[in-house]
Design a protein around this ligand. Structure first.
Ligand SMILES: [Zn+2]
Length: 311
């Protein structure tokens, strides 16, 4: 991936395809961000991993800290982040309320939090990744691209490493849908794994996503899980040019910061589901108005019967 030598300041802008799409889905997104925050620390409680990190408003932190203590978990505030600096600030704000800053907090059992503090002091990136449960292959990919080469966005690298159909355009990758590792909605706070996968078909990440699906079911978030599974099977077109990533989904378009490249890089996530309120268009990921399903139309059936007779 060829790069230019600048990085734009962090920003995320969202534009809905229609008021209809917004009124049907926005409240679900807000709910899903809350549900994911609960799943993050519940995964620690059930022993899936040593600890987790959460980004919360000061009010949320105070509310949740007493909940964690009751469960035997402790929290370690790691840093303050300006709201504007945080990528999913717009979506988070609806959850977090009006606050000038957010806190990044680690949550876990005391021994794990002590180990995390030691690893942070020693700047031991591999140990930090292990404690928060990231698969080793994914940590290695992150270290290679982000720590060593200074990339800020793993999307293109993960897509290139995934199994994909070859395309005549070398800077277009078509990916099959994989609900567990779908991170194309992550700037809104929607995800099923807490890390960037080394590739979108990384077995360890898919396994982790499946564990989170199970956890959401056990926690009783059945309806929320069904929304998430539906959203993650929508087609998405991701592209990067001059430091801006455009993520087009049937419901909304996200513009956000990415690595600055002189040419356009494109990833098509080939989801199979399309929402009723989805935008219409001729180019991927959009579709035209609902068309009758060909295999059920009377003329198709007549044609089929005719062919069968001739055989
Ligand atoms: Zn991996």
């Amino acid at each position: 991936m060829e790069r230019l030598d600048f990085v734009l300041p962090d920003f995320t802008r969202i534009s809905w395809v229609s008021e209809e799409a917004r009124s049907q889905w926005e409240h679900r997104f807000t709910r899903l961000i809350q549900v994911w925050q609960t799943a993050e620390w519940q995964s620690v409680k059930t022993g899936m991993r040593g600890c987790c990190t959460l980004v919360l408003s000061p009010t949320q932190f105070i509310e949740q800290a007493s909940l964690w203590i009751e469960q035997g978990l402790v929290s370690l505030p790691l840093e303050m982040q300006a709201v504007a600096q945080y990528a999913n600030a717009q979506a988070l704000l609806q959850v977090a309320g009006d606050t000038p800053f957010l806190l990044r907090v680690a949550v876990g059992y005391p021994a794990a939090i002590q180990a995390l503090q030691r690893a942070i002091n020693q700047q031991d990136e591999a140990e930090i990744s292990r404690l928060v449960g990231y698969p080793y292959c994914c940590y290695q990919a992150f270290h290679h691209y982000c720590a060593e080469q200074g990339f800020i966005d793993m999307t293109w690298h993960s897509a290139l490493a995934s199994h994909h159909q070859p395309d005549s355009e070398s800077q277009l990758i078509k990916l099959s849908s994989c609900i567990e590792t779908n991170l194309f909605w992550q700037s809104l706070g929607l995800r099923l794994i807490p890390h960037n996968p080394c590739r979108y078909d990384c077995p360890a990440s898919i396994e982790m996503g499946k564990q989170f699906i199970l956890l959401l079911q056990q926690l009783g978030f059945t309806e929320e899980l069904s929304w998430l599974q539906e959203i993650f099977d929508f087609p998405v077109a991701w592209s990067a040019l001059h430091g801006i990533a455009e993520i087009k989904t049937p419901l909304l378009k996200i513009s956000t910061t990415t690595d600055a490249t002189p040419t356009k890089y494109i990833v098509h996530y080939q989801g199979q589901t399309y929402p009723l309120a989805g935008g219409q268009g001729l180019t991927f990921p959009y579709r035209l108005a609902r068309q009758p399903v060909l295999s059920q139309s009377p003329s198709f059936k007549r044609g089929l019967a005719h062919r069968l007779e001739r055989r």
